[in-house]
Design a protein around this ligand. Structure first.
Ligand code: IDP
Ligand code: MG
Length: 154
C-alpha cells in the first residue's frame, strides 16, 4: 500500500493545529502507521529538502524547521500521496483552495503548517528517512471494507 510522510511543522505545533491535521487525515480514511515528535537536525533537513538547497529561501526554511520540535507521521492508503496533497493544498496558502489545510489555516508560504510527500517514490523514501522499521506498524483497520473496494485494498 502507498505511503506518505507528513510533518506537522513548528507553526502547527505552536498554533495547536497538530490535532486538526491528524483529524483531517483520519477522517479521509487513511491509516496512521507511525508517529513521533522530534527536533530536526540540519543534516536531516538538508537531505529531506535537497531539491531546495540552492534556493534563496532554504536558509530561512531550515532555521524555521529547527525553531521548535515537529511531529512526523507515516500514513498509508490507496493512492494516498495524491489524496493527501489535495487535502494539504497549494504550497502558497494564499492560493490554496478553501477546505484544504493550508487554504483554511495558513497565510505565509514559509509558514504553511505541513509537509507532505509529492510522489509515490518520495513517499517511500521519506518514510524510510524519518522512521526505523521498528517504528512503523502493520495492523488491520476494521472499517477498511467501508472505505475501499477489495481491488483497492492491496
Ligand atoms: P511543498 O511543501 O508544497 O511540497 P515545496 O516547493 O517542496 O512545497 O517547498 C518546500 C517548503 O519550502 C514549502 O512547504 C515552504 O515551507 C518552503 N517554501 C517553498 N517556497 C518558498 C518561498 O518562495 N518562500 C518561502 N518558503 C518557501
Ligand atoms: Mg515539496
Amino acid at each position: 500500500m502507498e505511503k506518505t510522510l507528513i510533518i506537522a511543522k513548528p507553526d502547527a505545533l505552536q498554533r495547536g493545529l497538530v490535532g486538526e491535521i491528524i483529524r483531517r487525515l483520519e477522517q479521509k480514511g487513511l491509516k496512521l502507521i507511525g508517529i513521533k515528535m522530534l527536533s530536526l537536525s540540519s543534516e536531516l533537513l538538508q537531505e529531506h529538502y535537497k531539491e531546495h538547497l540552492e534556493k534563496d529561501f532554504y536558509t530561512g526554511l531550515e532555521e524555521f524547521m529547527k525553531s521548535s520540535p515537529v511531529v512526523v507521521m507515516a500514513w498509508e492508503g490507496f493512492e494516498c500521496v495524491n489524496s493527501v496533497r489535495i487535502i494539504v493544498g497549494a504550497t502558497n496558502p494564499r492560493e490554496a483552495e478553501a477546505g484544504t489545510i493550508r487554504g483554511d489555516m495558513a497565510i505565509g508560504t514559509g509558514r504553511n503548517l505541513i509537509h507532505a510527500s509529492d510522489s509515490k517514490q518520495r513517499g517511500k523514501e521519506e518514510v524510510k528517512m524519518f522512521f526505523d522499521a521498528s517504528e512503523l506498524f502493520e495492523y488491520d483497520k476494521s472499517e477498511y471494507r467501508h472505505i475501499y473496494e477489495s481491488s483497492e485494498r492491496n
